[in-house]
Design a binder for this molecule. Sequence first.
Ligand SMILES: Cc1cc2nc3c(=O)[nH]c(=O)nc-3n(C[C@H](O)[C@H](O)[C@H](O)COP(=O)(O)OP(=O)(O)OC[C@H]3O[C@@H](n4cnc5c(N)ncnc54)[C@H](O)[C@@H]3O)c2cc1C
Length: 292
Amino acid sequence: MIPASFEYSSPKTLSEAISLLETSGSDSKILAGGQSLIPLMKLRLGSPSRLIDINNIEGLSYIRESDSFLRIGALTRMADLESSDLIKKKYSVINDAASHIADPTVRNLGTAGGNVSHADPANDLPATMLALGAEFVATGPAGSRVIKAKDFFVDTFTTALTHREILTEIRVPQYSPGTGGAYLKLEKRVGDFAIAGVAVQICLDTDGKVARAGIGLTAVGPSVIQAEEAEQSLLGQKLTEDTIGTAARLAAQASTPSSDLRGPAEYKKEMVKVLTSRALKRAYLRAVGGGA
Ligand SMILES: Cc1cc2nc3c(=O)[nH]c(=O)nc-3n(C[C@H](O)[C@H](O)[C@H](O)COP(=O)(O)OP(=O)(O)OC[C@H]3O[C@@H](n4cnc5c(N)ncnc54)[C@H](O)[C@@H]3O)c2cc1C
């Protein structure tokens, strides 16, 4: 349970951190909250040659709305997502997800940027960000680029970030009236990783029909899953038992869980159906209730 030896750097600026990434090679790693990286190193499942600790870089932790986006700095702690009044009021799906991640100690240290950059299919924020249609700002030697959530999550523990890039911001389209979301997670015990999780975000038009739907699935495949056919099935429809049932069935079809200690694959698929149906109903109530 002791990690292999490594070099440690604690840059004070983003450009210093990027220079370090450039010079120290592809087996260096960004250290944010350390809640995934340090356990992996202790188990010797990862042995980076250098850790570049970004905790002393100012200006990477914030939650604010500007220019049509909710902007979340990569170093924002998950506890801050959980306690933010702005998020509680307008982006319930993020509040639902953040408040069900692990325990308060992990949430106090773990960051939003680390949770998505780790690309663990069992982490709760990736599906949430897919449902929201989020974008990720990656900053590297050539400047910044924006990566859409659907292109960001490439495979298990693999994102579209290159080894010379740092995720600096998560952007979520700003709340508009008629929007509602929900994240539901089935777990064996409080604080555990999901058996299955479903994130939903819908936007209703003035006739009460679905103008946009986002559905992300946690822990039911080798990578986080966007249930695109389920999303499409809802467009232009009112939410009824029938349309919700169809979307829930399509979401379950999109899942590819494996059987493990958290349950058999068939059970997890069934749970995706149940959770999608419940999350859509909750999201709808929030959308029509003027919530989020
Ligand atoms: C006991 C326990 C239970 C947990 N349960 C859950 C759970 O139920 N749900 C859940 O979602 N998560 C859970 N986690 C994981 C937790 O949420 C992690 O904190 C999170 O996955 C990683 O965030 P971090 O800031 O700690 O990142 P770190 O551990 O510091 O880094 C993780 C990875 O992301 C990279 N990285 C971090 N920040 C950046 C960045 N800005 N740019 C580029 N790369 C970056 C690192 O190099 C590393 O590869 C649990 C963790 C523990 C220890």
